[in-house]
Design a protein around this ligand. Structure first.
Ligand code: 5GP
Ligand code: MG
Ligand code: MG
Length: 179
């Protein structure tokens, strides 16, 4: 698995430091509130787990799974809910936890859904942001690292369902894609 990685972009320590910083900002901003933190599966599962440990206000968590790409590797703009939330969002302060914002289509769809369900507020925390690839006008309230247009894996992010368990984030060797 390690042999498939061409370059490490962010080490385990760099990621932990950043997540801690994000958790401290969220804790400060949500003082006195009781947010519902929504993990967008599967890519955000490790980020979510680490982030909530750094948040000091009382919170609840729930999970949602969406598919944005269908069979293709490019975003189609068609987003489907694969697994919906267990709890109602009406009147709640929502924090959406995403692994990475690319085109922004997945997130804009999610925000739309939660707005229509009458969430009180919607805040986005994304570990990675690729602003160069955006097709909808949208930005995260809390973001970890702004990265160039490269496909990254590790720390929850996959290629063909692999590499999610790497504790760091890297770029795959080109030959991995051509197998
Ligand atoms: P968007 O709808 O913003 O184009 O796509 C967002 C989703 O595509 C992310 O939540 C993530 O699951 C996937 N994605 C986008 N860029 C990357 C990347 O560089 N690596 C991986 N592993 N997934 C990505
Ligand atoms: Mg995602
Ligand atoms: Mg994926």
């Amino acid at each position: 698995m390690q042999n498939d990685i061409q370059e490490t972009l962010y080490s385990e320590q760099q990621i932990q430091d950043k997540v801690k910083e994000m958790g401290q900002l969220i804790s400060r901003d949500f003082e006195g509130r009781n947010p519902l933190v929504i993990c967008v599966l599967k890519g955000a599962f490790i980020f979510m787990a680490d982030l909530v440990k750094q948040i000091t206000v009382p919170l609840e968590i729930d999970f949602m799974a969406v598919s944005s790409y269908g069979q293709s590797t490019k975003s189609s703009g068609v987003v489907k809910i694969i697994k919906d939330l267990d709890v109602p969002v009406e009147g709640r302060d929502i924090i959406i936890v995403e692994d990475i914002i690319d085109s922004g289509l997945t997130l804009s769809y999610l925000i739309d859904v939660l707005e229509r369900r009458n969430a009180l507020s919607i805040t986005v925390a994304a570990l990675f942001d690729k602003p160069g690839r955006r097709t909808v006008d949208l930005d995260a309230d809390y973001k970890g690292f702004v990265i160039p247009d490269a496909f990254v894996v590790g720390y929850g992010l996959d290629y063909a369902e692999k590499y999610r368990n790497l504790p760091y984030v890297g770029i795959l060797k080109p030959e991995v894609y051509s197998h």
